[in-house]
Design a protein around this ligand. Structure first.
Ligand SMILES: C[S@@+](CC[C@H](N)C(=O)[O-])C[C@H]1O[C@@H](n2cnc3c(N)ncnc32)[C@H](O)[C@@H]1O
Length: 387
């Protein structure tokens, strides 16, 4: 990677038509920001090289002057340069954009960002003019074959639609042990054209097989649920171990798209779930422009941990000596929650629905605790909520 970007154009020369930043896009950027803020320092501590690729980068700016996703990522990365742990030359960023004027605007925004943040010269920035499906294999190969090692690579795939998104590329990008994908899955568009014959080839390409057509027989909420589950499974067959999806609704409160995150790393899953929970504090993994337009709520939504307690007690009922790591894995992969020790286990211990085996007599569970889901007398435990 040469790290040399084309020279910046002045804003007056670049006439990309910018569009307003909608609330759901701001929420998407917030998820990205919160994820990178936690993930980047962890990765920087343990890897020589890091890669960040924005495959549908956009013009780098919105109509009101708000930063586009490439600038959001650069801004976060800069925050870890001066105090560390991000070292000069450690992070390579690649921004791909297919529309000429938007690309030029992006180059300009990167130049302006460099001028305002001299420390960013410690980060390689490559801007690429071209299509994702034509450029990404080469970018991936170059990042993987750097002399100093490949390291984890984060791919942000944020298209407007579902065309020209070959499934084989997802498989390629997810093949390395430490790559991750954040993908905007345009559900509304797919749903609208699900039965349109001309659309078949695009969906065959994106899903890598034709059996998505069974979704046509479903309607309403069931179709939505099964479509997202189907797409999650496609990510698993492409090589991910864990997939989580966040729903974005438009100003009419109808589903617009899903932000789908795929990783092989359970800690990555935990950090992304945390970022998503922080954007939707109800724990429903949903953001709605409609609800947002109604103004701030007087009472912050408060997550209800009773469903999690029911799930934990059903999964571990009558088991002894369960390692906390196993409970954590269950919560992260089989429920929509990520916090559980104080929120779910502690109240269950207080109600004698489980207890801390080691360290013995401790009432507070921690990362190293061993938990038994039987009564202290050894008699079978009732399921949570049974009378
Ligand atoms: C949803 S916008 C990206 C927004 C940006 N990620 C952000 O959050 O600020 C999608 C962008 O992808 C560009 N685009 C469309 N087709 C493309 C392709 N095949 N490859 C790369 N970019 C493409 C569009 O011109 C548009 O700027």
């Amino acid at each position: 990677m040469d790290g040399v970007s084309p020279p910046g154009l002045s804003a007056s020369k670049s006439r990309a038509k910018l569009w307003p930043l909608e609330a759901h896009t701001a929420a998407k950027h917030e998820i990205l920001r919160r994820y990178l803020r936690r993930w980047l320092p962890i990765m920087a501590r343990w890897n020589k090289r890091l890669g960040y690729v924005d495959c549908f980068a956009g013009p780098g700016e919105y109509a009101g002057g708000e930063p586009g996703s490439p600038i959001v990522a650069l801004d976060i990365a800069c925050q870890f340069l001066a105090p560390g742990p991000l070292k000069p030359g450690q992070l390579t960023t690649v921004f791909i954009e297919a529309k000429k004027r938007r690309y030029e605007h992006l180059v300009d925004r990167c130049a302006t960002f460099r001028a305002a943040h001299p420390s960013v010269s410690a980060i390689e920035i490559e801007t690429l003019y071209g299509r994702y499906d034509e450029k990404i294999a080469d970018v991936h190969t170059r990042l993987m074959n750097r002399a100093s090692g490949s390291g984890p690579i984060f791919y942000f795939i944020d298209p407007f639609g579902v065309k020209d998104m070959p499934f084989d590329l997802l498989r390629l990008l997810l093949a390395p042990e430490r790559s991750e994908i954040l993908f905007t899955f345009m559900y509304e568009e797919m749903n609208r054209f699900l039965t349109t014959p001309e659309f078949e080839e695009h969906l065959n390409l994106m899903f890598g097989q034709p059996d998505w057509q069974t979704l046509r027989a479903l309607n309403g909420a069931e179709r939505k649920r099964e479509t997202v589950n189907y797409f999650k499974e496609r990510f698993i067959s492409a090589g991910a171990n864990y997939v989580v999806a966040f729903e974005m609704r438009n100003a009419r409160n109808a589903t617009d798209y899903f932000l789908v995150f795929a990783t092989k790393n359970i800690r990555g899953l935990e950090v992304m779930k945390q970022a998503m929970w922080e954007v939707d504090k109800s724990g429903n993994f949903t953001f709605s422009d409609y609800t947002y337009s109604l103004g701030p709520m007087l009472i912050e939504p408060c997550p209800d941990y009773a469903p999690l307690q029911r799930q934990i007690s059903a999964a571990f009922l009558n088991r002894r000596n369960v390692d906390m790591a196993e409970i954590r894995e269950f919560v992260l992969t089989s429920t929509s929650f990520y916090r559980f020790m104080n929120e779910a286990l502690q109240p269950m211990i207080a109600r004698n629905e489980c207890y801390v085996e080691t360290p013995s007599r401790s009432a507070r569970p921690d990362r190293d605790s061993i938990i038994s889901f039987v009564t202290r007398a050894g008699t079978p435990m009732r399921l949570f909520g049974d009378t």
